[in-house]
Ligand binder design. Structure first.
Ligand SMILES: Nc1nc2c(c(=O)[nH]1)N[C@H]1C(S)=C(S)[C@@H](COP(=O)(O)O)O[C@H]1N2
Ligand SMILES: [Mo]
Length: 240
């Protein structure tokens, strides 16, 4: 599968698969637990990580998706307690409820989803608020050049440059496959960065912070490319 993961080889030599392999190699067993519990489909997911041939990626699984989480348990949030905070280098920091986000103009994008593990789900609809609209409402400062995303799983994070974040194909998504995003897929709200590998699309999104420089996200600290462009992505597409 290494051939399908060119982005990973551009960073430091420790990719996700190597990290998982090392952590799983014995002494670090306890520390490894949250990593190895990569998702609810634990049998499939574990098979994928331990299968150097990548053949397990060909196993049938519902809808073609794997469920990924870097922690073993994630709180559930709904309209009653979900909150998305926008802060950092902005004029108007704000916290949005789910209802606030639902009341904003919605954009629907249909694009292929692609994970660096080799699986892909073609023509997947996502729908939600353009991140650009939220950034406009917040009024990013001139020295703000990047965005840091945080999640209510308490562990995952992601980043985009401000230019990338303003693209019209980057959503704070409320729907996936024309239904409210399920808990397993990162609901009620996840990021969706259509032109990049799916690791950029942070699940269980709870924080959007404008920063002066890019702060590498969770997998990027372990060797993933900060710019997760898919092959063939139009990197210079105009912002919204
Ligand atoms: N909070 C959080 N977001 C995440 C991840 C994660 O582990 N935690 N995994 C990423 C990776 S590597 C992929 S491929 C997709 C998987 O999304 P899915 O579980 O909805 O299929 O979520 C991305 N966003
Ligand atoms: Mo992924």
């Amino acid at each position: 599968m290494a051939a399908k993961r060119p982005k990973e080889t551009q960073g430091p030599p420790v990719g996700r698969r190597a990290l998982l392999g090392m952590l799983g190699a014995g002494a670090a067993g306890l520390a490894a637990a949250p990593y190895l519990q990569h998702g609810w489909e634990s049998v499939l997911a574990t098979a994928s990580q331990e299968d150097p041939t990548g053949l397990s990626g060909l196993l049938p699984n519902p809808g073609g998706f794997r469920y990924y989480s870097v922690v073993g348990s994630v709180p559930r949030k709904d309209a009653a307690d979900y909150a998305l905070t926008i802060d950092g280098l902005v004029d108007r920091p704000r916290t949005y409820t789910l209802a606030d986000l639902q009341a904003m103009p919605q954009t629907r994008i249909v694009h292929d989803v692609q994970c660096t593990d080799g699986w892909r789900v073609e023509n997947t609809p996502f729908e939600g608020v353009r991140l650009a609209d939220l950034l406009d409402a917040a009024g990013a400062h001139a020295k703000g050049a990047a965005i840091r995303f945080t999640c209510f799983d308490g562990a995952y994070s992601e980043s985009l440059t401000l230019e990338q974040a303003r693209r019209s194909d980057v959503l704070v998504a409320l729907n996936m496959q024309d239904k409210p995003i399920t808990y397993e897929h990162g609901g009620p709200v996840r990021l969706y960065v259509a032109p990049m590998y799916f690791y950029k699309s942070a699940k269980w999104l709870s924080g959007i912070s404008v920063t002066e420089t890019v702060v590498p996200g969770y997998w990027e600290e372990h060797g993933y490319a900060v710019d997760g462009w898919l092959d063939g992505a139009d990197k210079h597409r105009d912002a919204a």
